[in-house]
Design a protein around this ligand. Structure first.
Ligand code: MF3
Ligand code: CO
Length: 273
């Protein structure tokens, strides 16, 4: 008691965060349309920056602890925090794209993984991307008023089971007037079930899965996180508002309606009016 450092949002504040969330969705959609062999990750970064700046908003990653770009683009064995540059994507590459934006002081943060078109995809890669996305939806659906924070990690871990590696060094986070707020959101179950979730909490849920062993290391650029065994990785993320009536997935264009329905949690979907 009295130690709660979580920023709980009002309905009006959640509506502002929705604007940031939709802009992040726009930027990620624009990047997805440009995913093709030969495109460089720097070109993709410019696409996202253009979408965000044209809306009069600010990319949130630029300058964050000195980070130099609008997106994190992590390819194949890169898990998260890959820096855009001259790398040209190839057909069949597994690409994870993470984007954050600030609108009127409020943050949105989301990521998707996809395979670069132009090659017959490896079924194991397709499964890795799909299971990572579904694990995110299971984590999201575990958010409920009165539920414990670690129900999210428990739901993700149970869903992934032993099909893929589950990265433990990174996790989700509170989000609001800063990109990273309390609490840290683990993607796995712990004995400490954590605080009870209260209406107004906004969390970024972002599981990272690996084809092989989930151990990671950071490259000499001090950002890029790769798997130690060289296996491929996927990363999905949405920013989610929990309120009295249910969940609103701020960075999903449909507010999360389809993603929640797909895992049998349609009843959790509740946009703030
Ligand atoms: N968006 C990442 C996250 O999901 C953080 C990116 S690190 C940055 O929390 F330096 F690029 F901003
Ligand atoms: Co995040």
């Amino acid at each position: 008691m009295g130690r709660d450092r979580i920023q709980y949002k009002t309905a009006d504040q959640i509506r502002l965060m929705r604007r940031a969330g939709l802009l992040v969705a726009d930027a990620l959609d624009a990047v997805r349309r440009e995913l093709r062999p030969g495109v460089t990750t720097a070109e993709l970064d410019a696409v996202a920056e253009g979408v965000i700046r044209s809306a009069g908003a600010t990319p949130s990653f630029v300058g964050y602890h000195g980070y130099p770009a609008t997106l994190c683009i992590s390819v194949n064995d890169q898990v998260v925090h890959g820096i855009p540059g001259p790398l040209q994507l190839a057909a069949g590459d597994l690409v994870s794209v993470d984007c954050g934006a600030i609108v009127a002081g409020w943050h949105g943060d989301a990521a998707f993984s996809a395979l670069v078109p132009g090659a017959e995809p490896d079924p194991r890669d397709v499964e890795l991307v799909a299971v990572t996305e579904q694990s995110m939806w299971h984590g999201i659906a575990a958010m409920a008023v009165g539920e414990r924070l670690n129900a999210i990690g428990g739901a993700i871990e149970d869903f992934v089971d032993d099909r893929f590696g589950l990265v433990e060094e990174y996790g989700g986070h509170g989000i609001g007037t800063a990109m990273h707020q309390d609490p840290h959101v683990l993607n796995y179950r712990t004995r400490d079930r954590g605080p009870k979730l209260k209406a107004g909490i906004c969390l970024a849920i972002e599981p990272m899965l690996t084809a092989g062993t989930p151990t990671t290391r950071v490259l000499a650029d001090e950002w890029t996180v790769v798997t130690v065994d060289g296996g491929r990785a996927a990363h999905w993320e949405h920013s989610v508002a929990l309120h009295e009536k249910g969940l609103w997935v701020l960075t999903a264009r449909d507010g999360g309606e389809a993603g929640l329905a797909a895992i049998g949690a349609a009843d959790r979907f509740a946009p703030v009016a």
